[in-house]
Write a protein that binds this ligand. Structure first.
Ligand code: NAP
Length: 282
C-alpha cells in the first residue's frame, strides 16, 4: 500500500535499531490485514530521547515500540504508565492518543504466552532466571504471574537483589529470591526446576557468541525446560547443551513475535496473523 499523508505511523525507538526484525513483522501484519499503517525504525540516541518523545506526538505517530537502551529510562517522561509496566520498570510499547504517551509492557506477556504454548507447568516450582536486566524483570514477572517461584541470578548479585526489592514493593510476599549467577547449577541440583530462562546476552551473535550463562561442565537439571530469550543465533550454546541433554527448549523468536503481535493490537485494535509475522523473520 503506498504511503500517503493519511498513513498511520508507528515505529521503533532505540539505539541502534538497524538490526531489528520489528519493521518487517509489523509491516507484513498490516499488509496482510489491508491496513494503511507503516512501521519505521527510528534511531534515537540516549541524549535525544526526551525531544524524540515530544516529536512523536507532534508528527502524528500512533505509537512506537521502545528498545535498548530506552525501555527503562523512558518511564518518567510518559503521561501514564500501565501498572504492569510500572512493576516491571520498563515499557516496550507506547500508545499515543490525543497527544498523550501511555507506556505498556508486552515483553512479559509475549514470553508467557510462548511458555504456555510449550506446555510448561510452573505451579509452585522453582524457576531460575539468569540475568537481572530489563528482560529478566519481564520474565520474572511472567513466571510469578503463572504461579512459579522465582530465583533471579546475576553476575552482580546486588542487581538481582535490587530487582527483588523493587518487586517486593508492588507484589508483597511474592515468592522471589536473588542470587549469584555462578550458583545456578548448585541451586538447580537442589530443586525441582521446571524452567531455566537465559536473560543475559551470553550466546548472542557478536561479542558474546559461543558463550553460555550456565556454569562450565555442570549438568542441566533433568526435567527442566530451557528457554533462551536470544534468537540470533537460533541455537545458542545453552540450547545446544539442553538438546544434548535431551531437554525441551526454545529460543526467543516466539516471545519476539508474541510481544510484537500484542503491541500491534494495542495500536490498531486488530489481531495480526502471528504466522505472517513469524514467516518474515524465520
Ligand atoms: P540488559 O537489560 O542489558 O540485561 C542483561 C543482563 O545480563 C544483566 O543482568 C547483565 O548484567 C547480564 N550480563 C551481561 N553480560 C553478562 C556477562 N558477560 N556475564 C554475565 N551476565 C551478563 O539486557 P536485556 O534487555 O535484558 O536483554 C537480555 C537478552 O535478552 C539479550 O540477549 C536480548 O537480545 C534478549 N531479549 C530478547 C527478547 C525477545 O523478544 N526474545 C526481548 C528482550 C530481550 P550486568 O548489568 O552486570 O552487565
Amino acid at each position: 500500500m503506498p504511503i500517503t499523508s493519511k498513513t498511520h505511523l508507528i515505529g521503533l525507538i532505540g539505539w541502534p535499531v538497524g538490526h531489528s526484525h520489528s519493521p518487517a513483522m509489523h509491516n507484513a501484519a498490516a499488509a496482510a490485514l489491508g491496513l494503511d499503517w507503516a512501521y519505521v525504525p527510528l534511531p534515537v540516541r540516549p541524549e535525544a530521547l526526551v525531544s524524540a518523545l515530544g516529536g512523536l506526538a507532534a508528527l502524528g505517530f500512533r505509537g512506537v515500540n521502545v528498545t535498548v537502551p530506552h525501555k527503562e529510562t523512558v518511564l518518567p517522561y510518559l503521561d501514564a504508565v500501565y501498572p504492569v509496566a510500572q512493576v516491571i520498570g520498563a515499557a516496550n510499547t507506547l500508545v499515543i492518543s490525543d497527544g498523550r504517551l501511555v507506556g505498556f509492557n508486552t515483553d512479559w506477556s509475549g514470553f508467557l504466552s510462548d511458555l504456555e504454548e510449550q506446555g510448561v507447568a510452573l505451579d509452585g516450582r522453582d524457576c531460575l532466571v539468569l540475568g537481572a536486566g530489563g528482560s529478566a524483570r519481564a520474565a520474572a514477572y511472567a513466571l510469578l504471574r503463572a504461579g512459579g517461584h522465582v530465583t533471579v541470578l546475576a553476575r552482580r548479585p546486588e542487581q538481582a537483589a535490587e530487582l527483588v526489592a523493587s518487586f517486593a514493593e508492588a507484589l508483597p510476599g511474592a515468592p522471589l529470591r536473588a542470587g549469584e549467577l555462578g550458583a545456578a547449577a548448585e541451586l538447580a541440583a537442589a530443586a525441582d526446576v521446571p524452567v531455566i530462562v537465559n536473560a543475559t546476552p551470553l550466546g548472542m551473535a557478536g561479542a558474546n557468541a559461543g558463550l553460555s550463562p550456565w556454569p562450565d561442565g555442570a549438568p542441566l537439571p533433568p526435567g527442566a525446560f530451557v528457554y533462551d530469550l536470544i534468537y540470533n543465533p537460533p541455537r545458542t550454546p545453552l540450547l545446544a547443551a539442553a538438546e544434548a541433554a535431551g531437554l525441551p527448549c526454545a529460543n526467543g523468536l516466539g516471545m519476539l513475535v508474541n510481544q510484537a503481535a500484542e503491541s500491534f493490537e494495542l495500536w490498531t485494535n486488530r489481531r495480526p496473523d502471528r504466522d505472517v509475522m513469524r514467516r518474515v523473520i524465520d
